[in-house]
Write a protein that binds this ligand. Structure first.
Ligand code: ACM
Length: 265
């Protein structure tokens, strides 16, 4: 059994230092193997210009990942979180997720499917969907709107992912929570959805985030759920190997029963 969880919180827009200290403080009293945090959780989400992104995005590795590497090392924990990335070569910005463990930065995933005005500020991701064996579990990363594209989850599940770590800033009430539950069920995998809560109001724009972060088991059961509008850190014990069994009935293995020859045009 391993301990996995989410930290649903309300980042302060533009205050990376304060957000990082809040994260570190929450983790300080937490025991977990894998903890997932929201999308863009070190900067806030509601950017209203490219200049704002340019001011707050960081290279990876960079100061934010170095800070969190120290936290992960001290706590012997894996962290998955969303942050704004600046590619120093291409000068593009990405809405990225990082996987950081006791030995440092392990992987970066750049959000493939950009949502709404993210398209004005970020480049679509160019990192393939990949599964990482952490020893405690095999994990894949998706960022928020990626869950609307079943191919993304399926790609990770077919590579052997046992847990999807899903930093999010969901804004369509109830939708993401339902979709991720179905994705977990149709792939028989665990799912840790780390959503944020609260409202951001900036330069005439306003977004309210739907909270209700959740951990879903491979049979679709909700094993942990946060309230919609409060900060919440929850940890549960799971057995990742449960996700290796794809049977729905004694005669139905979800992966062996696939008919890819009929799916191609
Ligand atoms: C989203 O992709 N942040 C809804």
């Amino acid at each position: 059994m391993i301990k996995v969880g989410f930290y649903q919180f309300c980042p302060t827009f533009g205050d990376v230092r304060a957000n990082l200290h809040k994260i570190a403080e929450a983790i300080e009293t937490t025991k977990a193997d894998i903890l997932v945090l929201p999308e863009l959780c070190t900067t806030g989400y509601l950017f209203t210009s490219r200049d704002e992104v340019a001011k707050l995005a960081e290279p990876i590795p960079g100061p934010t990942t170095l800070f969190l590497e120290n936290v992960a090392r001290r706590k012997n924990m894996w962290l998955v979180l969303g942050m704004a990335e600046r590619d120093e070569v291409s000068k593009k910005f990405y809405n990225s997720a990082v996987l950081i463990g006791p030995d440092g930065l392990k992987a970066v995933y750049r959000k493939a499917h950009l949502f709404f005005e993210e398209k004005l500020y970020f480049a679509p991701g160019d990192t393939p969907f990949r599964v990482y064996d952490l020893g405690v579990a095999r994990v894949g990363m998706l960022v928020c709107f990626d869950h609307f594209f079943p191919e993304a989850t399926r790609t990770l599940a077919l590579q052997g992912a046992q847990i999807i770590c899903h930093p999010s800033n969901l804004v369509l009430p109830g939708k993401g929570q339902q979709i991720t539950r179905v994705r977990a069920m149709e792939n028989r995998i665990f799912w840790v959805l780390a959503n944020r809560c609260g409202t951001e109001e900036r330069n005439g724009k306003k977004l309210t985030y739907t909270g209700a972060s959740q951990i879903i088991a491979p049979d679709g059961e909700i094993v942990a759920q946060a309230p919609p509008d409060e900060e919440s850190l929850q940890i549960v014990e799971i057995s990742p190997a449960q996700a290796d069994d794809k049977h729905v009935t004694a005669m139905n293995d979800l992966f062996r029963d696939r008919r890819p020859e009929l799916y191609e045009k």
